[in-house]
Write a protein that binds this ligand. Structure first.
Ligand SMILES: *Cc1c(COP(=O)(O)O)cnc(C)c1O
Length: 310
C-alpha cells in the first residue's frame, strides 16, 4: 500500500552509481518540502492542545515560515514570525509569508531569543494560548516527521526489491537528517546517511544533530551507545561555500542541468547546494556501484529567486 508516500524517481548515473530522488517537494501542501511534512505534525499538536496562535522564527529565505504562515492562515490562527535582521533580502517565500498575514518582526540576531520570550509572554498576558514552533521545525516532532519518511523509503525498497546504500540530503538545523538516522537506528539498517551542510560547520553542526537523535530515541526508550551514534552520523561541511544562502557558479550549473535533464527545480540555498555537494562527494570518495537516494527537501519558490542567475 502506498498511502500518500512521496514519489521516488530514478534519475541518471553519477560514475557507476544510480541516482534516485525522493520528491518531498511534491507533498501536496504549499509547495511541499520537509517543512510541510514537519508542519503537519506540529499542527496536529496545536489542534490537540487547543492553542490559538503561533510564534516561530526564520529568515526571509525560510520555507518553514512560508509553510507555517500558510497553515496558520488556513486555520485563522494569528502567526507571529521573528526574523533575523541580517540576510533578509526579499524572496518569494518572504512575500508569501506576508501575503498570509503573518506578523513579521525583524530583530538583530542577538535579540532573537529575548524577542521570542517577550512575544510569548505578552500573548499569554492577553489571555491567548500561543504555541511556539522552533525555527525550521526543529525538535522531536520534526524528527518524528522524518522517521516516518524513513519508513516510506523502506517501503519503497521492499516493493521494488532494491536497496539504497547511501542517502544524501541538505542539512540545515539537521532535524530532517536526525529523523532519517533515528529511523535507521530503530530498524537496525546498515547504510550511509550523509547530510550536506548548507551553512553550519563541525563540530557544532554534527553535535546539534546528535542531540536531536539522543532526545528522540530516549523519548522512545531506545538505548543508544555514543559510539554507534557517532558512527552513523555523517555531516559534511565541505560544501557550505560562504555560508547560508551563499553559493558559487558550480551550484548554478547543477541547478541548470537538473532542471534541463529531469525537469526538477532545485535552489541554491538548500537542494541545489546539496545535490552539487553530493556530486562532488561521490567523485571525491570514489563511490561506485551503489544505488543512491537524494532527498529533495523542497523549497521550490526559491528556484525562482535564482532564475536570473542561472
Ligand atoms: C529547511 C530546509 C532544509 C534543512 O532541513 P533541516 O531539517 O533544518 O536540516 C533542507 N532543504 C530545504 C528545502 C529546506 O527548506
Amino acid at each position: 500500500m502506498d498511502k500518500n508516500n512521496t514519489p521516488v524517481q530514478k534519475l541518471g548515473r553519477i560514475s557507476s552509481n544510480y541516482i534516485f530522488m525522493k520528491r518531498e517537494d511534491m507533498i501536496p501542501y504549499s509547495f511541499g518540502g520537509n517543512k510541510a511534512r514537519k508542519a503537519m505534525l506540529f499542527f496536529e499538536e496545536i489542534v490537540r492542545g487547543g492553542y490559538n496562535c503561533i510564534v516561530t522564527y526564520g529568515s526571509s529565505h525560510s520555507n518553514h515560515c512560508r509553510v507555517i504562515a500558510n497553515m496558520a492562515a488556513s486555520r485563522k490562527l494569528p502567526c507571529y514570525i521573528i526574523q533575523p535582521d541580517e540576510a533578509s533580502d526579499m524572496t518569494f517565500n518572504s512575500r508569501m509569508t506576508e501575503l498570509f498575514g503573518a506578523h513579521m518582526e525583524k530583530v538583530p540576531v542577538k535579540d532573537v531569543h529575548d524577542t521570542i520570550e517577550q512575544r510569548l509572554r505578552e500573548l499569554k498576558q492577553q489571555g491567548k494560548k500561543p504555541y511556539f514552533i522552533p525555527g525550521g521545525g526543529h525538535g522531536d516532532i520534526g524528527t518524528q516527521a522524518y522517521v516516518l519518511c524513513y519508513e516510506e523509503i523502506r517501503e519503497y525498497e521492499e516493493k521494488h526489491d532494491t536497496r539504497f546504500g547511501y542517502i544524501f540530503l541538505a542539512s540545515g538545523t539537521g532535524t530532517t537528517q536526525a529523523g532519517l538516522v533515528c529511523g535507521q537506528l530503530l530498524y537496525g539498517d546498515e547504510r550511509k546517511i550523509a547530510g550536506i551542510s548548507i551553512a553550519r560547520k563541525n563540530p557544532y553542526g554534527k553535535e546539534v544533530i546528535a542531540e536531536s537523535i539522543r532526545s528522540y530515541l530516549s523519548l522512545k526508550g531506545f538505548m543508544l551507545s555514543e559510539e554507534v551514534l557517532q558512527s552513523r552520523l555523517i555531516f559534511l561541511d565541505d560544501y557550505t561555500e560562504d555560508g547560508y544562502g551563499m553559493c558559487s557558479s558550480g551550484i548554478f550549473e547543477t541547478i541548470k542541468s537538473v532542471m534541463t535533464d529531469y525537469g526538477i527545480p532545485l535552489d541554491s540555498t538548500y537542494t541545489g547546494k546539496a545535490f552539487w555537494g553530493m556530486e562532488q562527494y561521490i567523485v571525491q570518495k570514489n563511490i561506485a556501484e551503489e544505488n543512491i537516494l537524494f532527498i529533495h527537501t523542497g523549497g521550490t519558490p526559491l528556484y525562482f529567486h535564482d532564475i536570473d542567475r542561472l
